[in-house]
Structures are given as structure tokens and as C-alpha cells.
Design a protein around this ligand. Structure first.
Ligand code: MRU
Length: 358
């Protein structure tokens, strides 16, 4: 998608410099910086400190992390150790583990002199596939937006949480892909963007990327969604997910559950958009999903740009206060109207998912 009119992907391998290029998301929206990852340690760190983030994108970064590991040292011990460290970089999004396993499977089939070529080919196809999945999610979700528009004949108001936009994937996004497709088709859409404390991915990333594609959007404080739904100002919610169980329970950015409860109480359809790489087929009990707990400093300090254009971090809590920072929650399947996947739209249940993914 576009930034200042120029098309980008969130990650790519640069043949000339033999490095992985990423958009440093910790600097957005104030600065647009492309950064080089040169070693597997760079990739691990970049995932940890959220220069790259969003389930599909951290999966892709881990895949390129394996490429960088092979470039540094193609011994099996080093690749194994690097794989473990990549998986441990963030615990909740299943795509990380999925991508590392897929890379290791591909590497296990070849001789050591072929490792680099195969690793690069596999990481590139993970990205190409993700783009195709996101595009298909968009086309499948577009039908739902179209239906609402055909009844309403007025702007369709969509609420989203966190950033499940193209910045969280390779291109298109998951939750935003149906929105981009509707906009391209000339359907008037407006997006309510949850700010998404503590890191403000909604304000800093979702609103930013929608602005760049000229999609009308309004940032709201995280607690505003409920009253907007009561007032009839939300036609549908679409969110992304970091891990969806085969039961249809959806783990996503903290606060998603409360939005789903408000949507349920107000008869607002609540959709979750996801590629199949985000499905966890093994875990059955959502209480077993590892929920990342991040540094409380993300709550007590906030980044902002001052009038001189400098970006600073400031303390916004009393110095002596303790804070707690859970990064994800789980929305039980019963609150999810449907899942929008690359293969179609289905009920949030084992039956629904298995119907699409045999
Ligand atoms: O902590 P983050 O920013 O990596 O969280 C991921 C998210 O942005 C989401 O929760 C998103 O909705 C799912 S990723 C498409």
C-alpha cells in the first residue's frame, strides 16, 4: 500500500545489500524510516521491541531471520538455536512458530550448499502467500460490507481495534483489507479507529495508513466504542487476531473482548479477519494461550512529538504507582459473528473452520 503516494511492502530482502529491509514501526507516525536487519539477532530484537509487529509480519520477519541465520552460519546447531530464539521473541502470535517450523521443514530436505537458496525462496513465498491471503480476505469481507451498504445506501461505519492493517502484514492487512477493497469499489466507508492503549497502534498505525490511502477515519479513545454502538453509529466491527483456536475463540490485542461484548449487547456484527497461518489447530482451551505481559513502562510513559518536531518519551503516571501491562485477551467464539479467511467466511467454530480448511 502507499506512503506519500509510493507503494511499499512492510518487509523485503534486498539482493544488493544482502539485508532484510523493514519499516521501523516504533518511529511511526512521526518518522518514516526504513531499517536494515543484518543478523538473526537484529531480527529477534526487531520483533521484541516491536519495530515489526502484527501476527503475519512477525511470522515473515522470523522467516527472514532464518535466512540471516543461514547467511551467518549454516551449521544445524546455529539454525536450531536461532529458531528457538525467534519463536521465543514474542509468545502470543502463533504465526511466529508457524513460520519458523515451515522454514525448518524446508531446510530439512536439502544439502548444506543449498540451504541459503532454499531459505530465501521459502521466506519469499511466505510473504507472497500472505499477500494473496490478505487480498482474498479483502474480497471475502467486501461482500459483507457491500450487503450493509446495499441496505443502508449510506456510509458504512466500521470499528476496528489495534492495527490489523497492511503494516501488521506484508500488504493489504487483514481487518483493513475488506475496507480497502470497499473503498476501491466506490463504497463509502468510514472507520472508527480505537486508539489502542498502551502502545496506540490504532492511532499511530491504523489511522496513519488509512490516511495515506485517503480512507475517512476518526480516532476514538478505547472506551468510546460502546456508546457509539448504542447510538447506532457502528454498522460492523472488524478486528484481526494473533491466534485463533480451532474452537473459534479469538486471541487479539487487549481490549478486543470488551468491544465484542459491547457489540453483542447492541446487535452489531463482530467479524474477525485472519489468514490460516493464524489458526492454532492444537490448543483447545483458550486459557492455555500464552498471554504476553509487556513492560509496564509502555503504560506509564508515552511518546509524542513536541512543537519543535522532536519525538520525546514522557512519564504520565505518578512516579510511585505500579502498573500492569497484559498485551492480549481472548474473545470467546460465541461473541464472534463470523471469521473472514482467505478461503471464505465461516462460523467461529471447529465445524466452521474445518469446513473451509479440510
Ligand atoms: O502487539 P501487536 O501490535 O503485535 O499486536 C498485534 C496486532 O496488531 C493485533 O492484535 C492485530 O489485530 C492482529 S495482527 C493482524
Amino acid at each position: 500500500m502507499r506512503i506519500e503516494g509510493k507503494e511499499y511492502r512492510t518487509i523485503w530482502f534486498d539482493n544488493l545489500s544482502q539485508t532484510v529491509k523493514i519499516i521501523d514501526q516504533t518511529k511511526l507516525p512521526h518518522k518514516f524510516i526504513i531499517k536494515d536487519l543484518k543478523t538473526v539477532k537484529d531480527a529477534i530484537n526487531s520483533i521484541k521491541i516491536m519495530e515489526v509487529r502484527g501476527a503475519p509480519l512477525i511470522g515473515a520477519t522470523a522467516a527472514y531471520g532464518i535466512v540471516l541465520a543461514v547467511m551467518e552460519n549454516n551449521g544445524l546447531e546455529f539454525i536450531k538455536k536461532s529458531s528457538k530464539e525467534l519463536i521465543q521473541a514474542r509468545p502470543t502470535a502463533i504465526n511466529l512458530e508457524w513460520a519458523v517450523h515451515r522454514m525448518n521443514n524446508a531446510l530439512s530436505l536439502v544439502n548444506s550448499n543449498e540451504l541459503l537458496n532454499v531459505a530465501l525462496k521459502e521466506a519469499n513465498s511466505i510473504c507472497e502467500e500472505d499477500i494473496q491471503f490478505s487480498e482474498n480476505i479483502g474480497l471475502n469481507g467486501l461482500k459483507i460490507i457491500e450487503e450493509i451498504y446495499n441496505k443502508k445506501k449510506e456510509t458504512v461505519n466500521i470499528l476496528t481495534h489495534c492495527n490489523a492493517g497492511w503494516l501488521a502484514t506484508i500488504n493489504w492487512g487483514t481487518a483493513t483489507s475488506p475496507i480497502y477493497h470497499a473503498h476501491k469499489k466506490g463504497i463509502p466507508v468510514h472507520v472508527w479507529v480505537d486508539e489502542t492503549r498502551p502502545r496506540n497502534q490504532g492511532a499511530n498505525l491504523t489511522s496513519y495508513e488509512l490516511n495515506e490511502e485517503e480512507i475517512p477515519n476518526t480516532i476514538i479513545a478505547d472506551n468510546t466504542g460502546g456508546i457509539l454502538m448504542q447510538r447506532g453509529e457502528v454498522d460492523m466491527c472488524i478486528v484481526g487476531t494473533d491466534r485463533t483456536l480451532s474452537t473459534g475463540d479469538v486471541c487479539n490485542k487487549i481490549g478486543t473482548y470488551l468491544k465484542a461484548l459491547a457489540a453483542y449487547d447492541n446487535d452489531v456484527p463482530f467479524y474477525v479477519a485472519l489468514p490460516s497461518s493464524t489458526i492454532d489447530w492444537n490448543t483447545k482451551d483458550y486459557k492455555k494461550i500464552p498471554i504476553e505481559e509487556r513492560n509496564p513502562q509502555e503504560l506509564s510513559h508515552i511518546d509524542g512529538q513536541n512543537i519543535n518536531g522532536e519525538v520525546n518519551k514522557i512519564l504520565i503516571y505518578p512516579k510511585k504507582s505500579k502498573a500492569m501491562n497484559l498485551a492480549f485477551d481472548v474473545t470467546p467464539a460465541k461473541y464472534v459473528t463470523a471469521l473472514i479467511t482467505e478461503k471464505g467466511v465461516c462460523e467461529a467454530s471447529e465445524k466452521g473452520l474445518k469446513g473451509l480448511f479440510k
